[in-house]
Design a protein around this ligand. Sequence first.
Ligand SMILES: Nc1nc2c(ncn2[C@@H]2O[C@H](COP(=O)(O)OP(=O)(O)OP(=O)(O)O)[C@@H](O)[C@H]2O)c(=O)[nH]1
Length: 537
Amino acid sequence: MNKLPQHFFEDRLHILRTRWEQYLAGGCHEQFIEFVVAVNSLAEHFSRLRLPGLVRLCEGLENAVLTHIGERHCHPLPASDVAALQRQLDTLIGAVGTTTRPAPGIERRAEPPPPAADIDWVKPRVVGLVSAIGREELTDGLERQLRFFGFEVIRSNWASPPASLDEPLAVLFVPAGADATDIELALIGRYRQACPASQLFYLGVNARIEPIVALMRAGVDVAVPVAEPPSTVVNRLLDLVQTHEQERYRVLVVEDSRVAATLIRRTLAEHGIDSESIGDPGTLLEALHDYRPDLILMDMYMPRFTGVEATRVLRQMSAYQSLPIIYLSGESDVGMQVEALRLGGDQFLIKPFNPVLLPAVVKTQIARFREMQRSSQVDGLTGLLNHSTVKARLKAMVEAAAPGARFTVTMLDIDHFKAINDTYGHPVGDQVIRGLAWLLKARLRDTDLIGRYGGEEFLIALADADLTLTHTVIDRIRADFAALPHTHPGGALHATFSAGMSAFPAVDSAAALTEFADAALLNAKRLGRNRVESSPG
Ligand SMILES: Nc1nc2c(ncn2[C@@H]2O[C@H](COP(=O)(O)OP(=O)(O)OP(=O)(O)O)[C@@H](O)[C@H]2O)c(=O)[nH]1
């Protein structure tokens, strides 16, 4: 099982240690603030990597340092406070060590072989499954489902946890009853300590505050209520896999002072946020088009135009109507700030900016913006891109293709779906659609496009692939989908799909790629279904 590579953390840990040492040597307030920024940056980094145990340790240290941040005259801190912070820092650094080093006696695995075309298509993720005696039927079903979606499952029971559970993506606890016993809570606590980077799920808690709080205290990240089918946890795990590789946040800094722009960009970079800056708001539209930021940090007073004027122009363009804009200004006149917000800004921050507050506000605004964009681009039933978004992305993929680039388009349609609906009802039909969507999400790469094109029809674009490779990949998913049992009140049903492929650059427009793939799909249906064809054939 893979542990996270040391270099994931090493740079940030080094900065953290160095800043702490600088503070110990100098003892001044500014050095302490630099240390706080480093703690905050590490916490954000762990949070992005979905390492809840380490996030918690970091947050503990953050809470401790924040109590000392406000008072300039308190520094250097008394020896007892320094010793307490040192202990928390040592615990954190020790925990990072156990997350990145192999456990004693366990040899680190050899580096994985260089990526071969075939290996890229599978995302091996390990999940621990802890089952109570008497819940084997439920646990067996979950294990089967997880394996279908490509997870490696390590089974154990509450009485005998595995001797050396390495760092899995998640651990699922299937308890005997709804409320965890003290013994169960203690065991969860041991897992929490042993696997600080894993997400811990408890399946089937009573929807009351007390038992959920007890589980959270023991280290559980997600307590799934009794009323929710345990199978929904598979969807959550797939989401977890996806959020590991989110695109970095992008900020455009519009600021005529090069010093201010450099300071802002440095602070953003320390928090893992990418940025670009322009000094002349006259070039704003070109910069927005080229850089596609998630947010603008806008100076209020610049030569030629004010930040408010530039914002008013953007708010008249549909593409930028909801793009978050934060004003940064030395202006402390409240009436003036209110007026600037009324004219299109989302928030107002005072210069000199606070190095903890600025990135926190930027991140909150971007997270909200991305979530808003996501909900307008994503299909509610499956979480895949919706029809218009996947079509637009395919067009963009064709337009952005460099000379020599190759990729394929596949149209995929569930066979005899009307009969499934008619026989088992629409909710079961929906479940079959969701099952296929999950399988596609689990098996394809983040660089691939996957969209729900119509009711039971999907569009897939595989980057850097030809028809032979696409056939191998899609046909393997076809075989696995055909074997996937979809449960219904009377038992389980099996469904199949047919698929048609076309390839760029032999076919060189988005519309034609879709048409050819559609023609191949029709051919696959005509030839008997449950098969993959290409066009031109
Ligand atoms: N449950 C469910 N059904 C849907 C949804 N969207 C479309 N459908 C149904 O999907 C069915 C598609 O049926 P057809 O296009 O006739 O094709 P088919 O039965 O799959 O047959 P072939 O494609 O020829 O194998 C229709 O009955 C639609 O009502 C959805 O979101 N949920």
